[in-house]
Design a binder for this molecule. Structure first.
Ligand code: BJW
Ligand code: ZN
Length: 256
């Protein structure tokens, strides 16, 4: 069954040279990783500021550190799903392709996507807030295991934190610059599994549209950008994205 029937969508996808995709927590939901907001969200009981801010980490280091270790446990038992693999395939098909993710789970890379632009860091990396020393997850686990208080310290005495972007913190400069550039220059922008509530990532679809891109949204529910998108494909990304790729392959076939 065909997914893309809208004539304008067909035209735009046929002529598109550069495709940019922005993903959020929804793409990993079918891998068993909870999203942040909504009914099944991680933050149903605790507010974001209680967990995902430097203040929270500084005040409640053990609680926040345990929360990240718990999420890593979930991640170790997860694997990429059909949505992640479909985006790897899209990278191989499109003339120019950028994959921007807000996710910290590394599942796109595990699915084989290359040059992934990580806006909010990676949960399996850690660093000292004092001397900036980097710690692999294995090194971190070793320190954590020998620490009964669950407050991991660097050799210099500084606290060790996950290499993720919390509220009020700046995004990695190189990543956000690449992301803005990609949004400005792409022909088609696809927003997948994000509620589009967190800036600056949520500005990217709007910027793309303002600069002439055709804007597609893939999500199980309406989001903050649903009213401005050109095409909404409603449903789980693990189902929709593989169908999208099949249609796209037909569209870009020569003489089609
Ligand atoms: C499916 C599906 C399926 C489900 N298939 N779909 C007022 C006060 C304080 C701050 C602010 C304020 N107003 C604005 C701000 C700024 C703030 C912000 O945006 N806040 C808003 C919440 C109001 N932003 C920041 O602070 C950012 N930094 C910044 O602005 O810096 C300025 C600065 C400049 C210079 C110097 C210093 C500062 C930083 C934002 C960092 C966000 N970090 C987090 C945590 C990362 C670490 C961790 O993982 O623990 O990133 S928050 C969290 O939200 C995480 C996510 O990446 C991000 C986005 O969430 P996402 O991916 O959209 O997930 P959900 O759960 O919201 O949505 C899931 C979607 O999937 C839903 O739509 C479902 O329907 C869908 N879905 N199943 C398809 N199967
Ligand atoms: Zn240190």
């Amino acid at each position: 069954m065909k997914l893309i029937e809208d004539p304008l969508a067909i035209k735009e996808l046929k002529i598109a040279r550069a495709i940019t995709v922005l993903t959020g927590a929804g793409i990993s939901a079918e891998s068993g990783i909870p999203t942040f907001r909504g009914e099944e969200g991680l933050w149903k009981e605790l507010s974001p500021e209680e967990l995902a801010s430097f203040e929270a980490f500084y005040k409640n280091t053990a609680v926040v550190t345990e929360w990240y270790q718990h999420r890593r446990d979930i991640l170790y038992h997860s694997k990429p799903n059909a949505g992640h693999y479909a985006l790897r395939e899209l990278q191989q098909l499109a003339s120019k392709f950028d994959l921007i993710t807000q996710n910290v789970d590394g599942l796109h890379q595990r699915a084989g996507s290359m040059d992934v632009i990580e806006l909010h860091g990676n949960i399996l990396e850690n660093y000292c807030i004092n001397c900036n020393q980097r710690f692999s997850q294995e090194e971190f686990d070793e320190i954590y295991r020998h620490n009964p208080n669950h407050i991991p310290h660097c050799y210099c005495g500084g606290l060790i934190r996950p290499n993720v972007v919390w509220f009020g913190e700046a995004l990695p400069e190189e990543s956000i610059e690449k992301a803005y550039d990609s949004a400005i220059t792409c022909d088609v922008f696809i927003s997948v599994g994000t509620s589009a509530q967190v800036v600056p990532a949520s500005n990217l679809p709007r910027i793309a549209k303002q600069n002439g891109a055709y804007l597609i949204e893939i999500n199980t529910a309406n989001t903050a950008i649903s009213d401005i998108v050109d095409l909404r494909l409603e449903g789980p990304s693990g189902t929709i994205l593989p169908m999208f790729i099949e249609d796209y392959k037909q569209l870009i076939k020569k003489n089609n």
